[in-house]
Design a protein around this ligand. Structure first.
Ligand SMILES: [Zn+2]
Length: 157
């Protein structure tokens, strides 16, 4: 069973790689916000299966380590997260449009808030993608290390 640090390193690596492909057309400040979000999502995605199924015994795999959970997260990673990312990017760009509007009116406080909200939306877009691929990396590492197939729903429930 891989240790916590191995899961985190793998999760951060795959989330950074996946996000670097998805953010290639973004300007630097938006790409930076998404990458930070992806790294945070990668951390939590790499930890989520063991947080949901604590490793209290060698074959601790419950529902969070199941093929069913993996399939659901795979669907999120391949079909759901690009759609969610695009929706969040649209919201973020609306925030940046509001930021520009209030900056022109010399309402710097509102402009700052809308700018931060826009960056937060880009960060959230990165989080979604990073979480999903890091979760899958956790399941793959557990499967490879333990040389045992993932249970369909859970093992020993
Ligand atoms: Zn695990």
């Amino acid at each position: 069973m891989p240790r916590k640090a191995e899961h985190i390193y793998a999760g951060l690596t795959v989330s950074a790689l996946a996000e670097s492909v998805r953010m290639r057309d973004l300007p630097p400040h938006k790409a930076g916000a998404e990458m930070i979000g992806a790294m945070v999502g990668g951390y939590y995605g790499s930890r989520a299966p063991d947080l949901l199924d604590p490793p209290v015994r060698p074959k601790h795999w419950g529902v969070a380590h199941s093929a069913t959970a993996g399939a659901a997260v795979f669907a999120l990673a391949t079909a759901g997260s690009p759609r969610i990312q695009n929706e969040l990017r649209v919201i973020a760009d609306e925030c940046f449009a509001q930021q520009a509007y209030y900056a022109d009116k010399d309402r710097i406080g509102l402009a700052l808030l809308y700018g931060l909200a826009g960056l937060a939306m880009y960060g959230l877009a990165g989080f979604v993608a990073g979480f999903a691929v890091a979760y899958l990396s956790h399941l793959a590492l557990d499967h490879l290390e333990c040389k045992s197939s993932l249970p369909l729903i859970c093992r020993g429930c």
